[in-house]
Design a protein around this ligand. Structure first.
Ligand SMILES: *Cc1c(COP(=O)(O)O)cnc(C)c1O
Length: 242
């Protein structure tokens, strides 16, 4: 077996295990499997892995650093993939990200909305945007892993909805490591769902709820997540960075 064939077999096995977990979580929650989309987070792994995942039927991949994502997306341009950007984003990277990303999950301030809008219009593209909620952030502050305080979600969402080059698709969160939700992913994801319900009274089309990673995808599906972002359970444990 070549290295590539061995890697593909390993990825297939890992994907099957994750698929079983998602199915089990959907069953337990009385939800349909097709109502939850798997996004495979490929950060720190090479473009070759992204191509193998595509051959194995993965349709959604995510990256968190523009300097890694841009060349990877270019190397995989022929694969039928939707690219998600999930990392903290500097306004000076908006132009690059808007060139290859289809969905940005990490919109957390109005200044970034303005930058992404200008960039999307410049590329003649329409970007789906999720407002990232930091459940451990105080009002007016951002979270330690990015994200806006729950009190700011309305203002940022309105700015996205008003932007010509952007579409408000919904909300994203990462289970907090500090604050009242630390170690309580189920409670965190339920809170995100409440914020989503609130948001949809004003923006009914903003139905995406991106929550849950390798360690807590079951809790996210139970709480109503429409998208789970799974990295290490598919690709393997990452080296420390990333
Ligand atoms: C890395 C990352 C993930 C995936 O995390 P795993 O624990 O490897 O599944 C999901 N979401 C974001 C925002 C990430 O940065």
């Amino acid at each position: 077996m070549t290295d590539l064939t061995a890697r593909k077999a390993q990825l297939a096995e890992n994907l099957a295990r994750v698929e079983e977990r998602i199915e089990g979580a959907c069953d337990a929650a009385g939800r349909r499997r097709e109502d939850v989309t798997l996004i495979v987070v490929t950060k720190t792994y090479p473009a070759e892995d992204v191509r193998l995942l595509s051959e194995l039927g993965v349709r959604h991949v995510a990256e968190n650093r523009d300097q890694d994502a841009a060349p990877k997306a270019a190397a995989c341009a022929e694969a039928p993939l939707t690219w998600h950007f999930v990392g903290q984003l500097q306004t000076n990277k908006a132009r690059s990200v808007a060139g290859y990303a289809d969905v940005v999950h990490s919109v957390d301030r109005v200044r970034l909305v303005t930058a992404l809008d200008g960039a999307a219009v410049g590329h003649d593209r329409r970007l789906d945007c999720l407002v990232q909620v930091a459940l451990d952030a105080e009002s007016g502050r951002s979270g330690s892993r990015g994200g806006a305080a729950p009190q700011s979600v309305g203002e940022i969402s309105d700015a996205v909805a008003a932007a010509q080059g952007l579409r408000l698709a919904g909300l994203m969160t990462v289970a907090p490591l500090s604050g009242e939700y630390a170690g309580r992913p189920a409670a965190a994801f339920e809170r995100l769902q409440e914020i989503s319900t609130d948001l949809r009274t004003r923006h009914p089309a903003a139905t995406m709820v991106s929550a849950g990673m390798s360690a807590d995808l079951e809790e996210a599906v139970a709480a109503g997540a429409t998208h789970v972002r799974v990295g290490s359970a598919v690709l393997g444990e990452r080296p420390r960075l990333g």
